[in-house]
Design a protein. Structure first.
Length: 339
């Protein structure tokens, strides 16, 4: 019994340490995001602006460009990280990320249709994109049921197929759009923080905070689910209801974040596995996954802005990080299948 208590305390201490270190990294990257840009502003000037003081040149850049960009990176990265972790945890597969199985593609297609075809922008785009993300998730789930039997592997394969179909629709819409609209839309589709405005932040913040607190309240379920559906059922957990609620919450998170920043590639895909390896087994990694998503998004944005002669969208850098990891996963899964 003493060994079990000691093991539990060690896991809790490790979890708290990981959360603390990731929070510190996030704060450092936030400071860098506010200080560094086309022009460097000292930390003392940034603090003065945040405290309400007006400094010529600095105040406008910080309040209207850098703060919205930073907040967009923090909130969207956190949302992508948590949503990816929920999907991968529930479907028992590291490939089951929203940007792999078609949820992000559904959101993107809806947003592009609203922007290019209906010429609608603003909050309504977020709502429609969120609704279409949920519809896409339901469609993938329904197509995964054959003769009353559902499997996670079938859902992932169908999700990949639906994703390819939706991306084809998006490409068709882009090919028919006016030339002056294509550039900005393509930048958004790459996952970009350039167009984030302060008016986009409050709604995104409310959604992220409320749904994060809601998912944290289900921590007990999150910790039990990896042990298997049968074990969870014996403990009195309604698997179908719990999965449905958590997936809807994750879809809303991913849809809302995507409607603001575009589908930032691989953040949802990478955050869960990284967080789980850092936090260790036996303890849920929901909050660590969100913080990893924030760190990845902020770090990738700084690299995309400063490491190259051209300022690339943040999704280009995160996509480069995700591609090798996906190849590694496929090779590892293939070897396990052979053996």
């Amino acid at each position: 019994m003493t060994e079990l208590n000691n093991g539990f305390k060690k896991r809790v201490l490790r979890w708290k340490t990981v959360v603390l270190l990731l929070s510190i990294m996030s704060l450092i990257l936030i400071a860098c995001e506010l200080c560094f840009g086309s022009v460097y502003y000292p930390v003392k000037d940034i603090i003065k602006v945040l405290m309400g003081e007006n400094i010529d040149g600095v105040s406008y850049a910080v309040k209207n460009v850098r703060i919205p960009r930073m907040m967009g990176a923090v909130l969207s990265g956190f949302a992508f990280g948590i949503a990816g972790y929920v999907f991968q945890n529930l479907l028992h597969n590291p490939l089951a990320s929203p940007d792999v199985i078609g949820i992000s593609a559904g959101t993107s297609t809806a947003a592009v249709f609203m922007i290019l075809v209906l010429n609608i922008r603003g909050g309504i785009v977020s709502l429609v994109a969120m609704a279409f993300g949920i519809i896409t998730a339901i469609l993938i789930y329904r197509l995964s049921i054959i003769k009353g039997h559902f499997t996670y592997g079938r859902m992932i394969l169908i999700g990949i197929a639906v994703s390819a179909l939706l991306r084809a629709v998006t490409s068709y819409l882009l090919s028919k759009a006016a030339e002056y609209d294509v550039g900005s839309t393509m930048q958004w589709l790459s996952g970009s923080l350039n167009g984030v405005q302060m008016k986009d932040i409050p709604a995104l913040m409310v959604v992220v905070v409320i749904l994060t607190l809601f998912l944290v309240s289900l921590t007990r379920h999150v910790e039990i689910i990896p042990l298997g559906d049968d074990f969870a059922t014996t403990l009195g957990i309604n698997i179908r209801l719990t999965y449905s609620i958590m997936i809807v919450a994750a879809v809303i998170l991913i849809s809302f974040a995507t409607s603001v920043t575009g589908p930032i590639a691989s953040v949802a895909f990478l955050s869960g596995p990284i967080a789980s390896s850092l936090a260790g087994k036996g303890k849920e990694s929901l909050i660590p996954a969100g913080l990893v998503g924030t760190v990845l998004t902020l770090g990738a944005d700084l690299v995309a802005f400063h490491a190259f002669p051209v300022h690339y969208p943040v999704g280009v850098v995160t996509g480069l990080l995700g591609a090798p990891y996906m190849l590694y996963l496929l090779i590892r899964m293939n070897r396990r299948g052979i053996n």
